[in-house]
Design a protein around this ligand. Structure first.
Ligand SMILES: [Zn+2]
Length: 131
């Protein structure tokens, strides 16, 4: 792979320190620079997957919330689904990372909200018997 001068665009011979055309210093990426770039990339990918992770965690939290309060199912579940959908959309840009979590989160929250709807319908159905 040939290199080119950053100043004038002249093709550079391997292992030269200065451009033969304009004399500009040939800047080579140091190991430290490359390492920092790699760390930044990893952090960016993690940041991109946070939506899926937070959405999934919220869906898991929604299990006891739904069990103990019932009405908490949509309160926690709807934001969880929204976060998971954002995570799912973003996962396409990051080699599918976080996709499984996002789908699992959507599935869990959808089931919990469905349980909530069925429970409310059931309460409404039996209420006249106590009214
Ligand atoms: Zn040059």
């Amino acid at each position: 792979m040939s290199k080119f001068c950053a100043s004038c665009g002249e093709e550079l011979k391997p292992d030269v320190k200065f451009c033969e055309n304009c004399g500009a210093l040939v800047e080579e990426k140091t190991k430290t620079t490359v390492a920092v770039e790699q760390v930044n990339n990893v952090q960016y990918e993690k940041h991109a997957n946070q939506m899926a992770v937070i959405g999934f965690v919220m869906s898991i939290i929604n299990l006891p919330v739904t069990f103990f309060t019932c009405c908490g199912a949509p309160i926690v579940g709807i934001p969880a689904i929204i976060l998971c959908i954002i995570g799912l959309v973003r996962s396409k840009n990051y080699a599918g990372d976080g996709k499984g979590l996002a789908i699992a989160g959507i599935a869990i929250s959808a089931v919990l909200i469905l349980i909530f709807i069925v429970f409310i319908a059931f309460i409404e159905a039996i209420r006249p018997a106590f009214g």
